[in-house]
Write a protein that binds this ligand. Sequence first.
Ligand code: IPM
Ligand code: MG
Length: 355
Amino acid sequence: MVKNIAVIRGDGIGPEIVNEAIKVLNRVAELYGHTFNYTEVYMGGCAIDKFGDPLPASELEKCVSSDSVLLGAVGGNKWNDVPGNMRPEKGLLRLRSGMGVYSNNRPAKIWKQLAEASPLKRSIVDNGIDFIIVRELIGGIYFGEHKTENGIATDVLKYSEAEIERIGRIGFETARKRNKRLCSVEKSNVLDSSRLWKKVMHRLAEEYPEIELSDMLVDNCAMQIVKDPSQFDVIVTENMFGDILSDEASMITGSIGMIPSSSLGASSCGLYEPIHGSAPDIAGKDIANPIGTILSAAMMLRFSFDMPDEADSIENAVSAYLDAGCRTSDIMSEGCRLVGCKECGDLIVEFLNKE
Ligand code: IPM
Ligand code: MG
């Protein structure tokens, strides 16, 4: 198959980690006889430097007209003083919104090889950590009106029933393919938008009788994720709660550097990115963990290109790499071999085999 991939290296460690993911994709193409064409796209701080705009319309167009987008990370202190609507992050938000990718899927799964890297007690880890956060990605407070006037700052949190329903359905469908338990997370004891969220989820539940729906307040959920993560199968939640909970959930699996994500909307053209940021403090040092990006590329093959064997081969290569005791510094533990970002990519390429 021939696929056109828009590649956004971005800022900070973005270029390094994306390079490793591309090495892996090129090896997959060789093994399976595919052709992946890459189109370079500028977004974030590097686009501000180049075009004076974190996502010019021409760059968004390249993404929308591709078969999918692979993204590293954007942002950094260098652009801290630019106005809010011109920040690197604004480019990312415009990209998500412009692509219409409302459903962000963030797995929190512990690799058996990394049980020691989790900050949780072994007794908790051994009960298993394997859940998915389905995060609404193009609504809520991120996209409401933002303004500061006369010393008063306002950010509007708004959701329509239709927006809640479309992400709710993804939650139910995701649970249907897994262990059939869906936890809807909100703050309905305080927020109107959350009361509407809860109402819509329960209305949808009638269409999915085989799914066990539960409700949880977001503050309690933050606690339950560290107290007993094994209770979760699929969590569905709004944009900002999903942002916060997914960082928490990633850490209990050992490192935020390991976690990929997919973002999809109505078409098969998805956005694939690790959930971590651009980590400017370690940029250019060849110490970043590229696995979150490599696994994001695997998700692209699975969810957008319908290449499940190819996706499995990447995930198995990552597992073989961990079995071999190789670790970047974020997941380093005693008795393992410390490797850099490039070597990590090279080793995963070596471990790649056709399924
Ligand atoms: C994420 C990031 C982004 C978000 C930032 C960089 C805008 O934290 O993907 O989780 O808040 O969505
Ligand atoms: Mg985040």
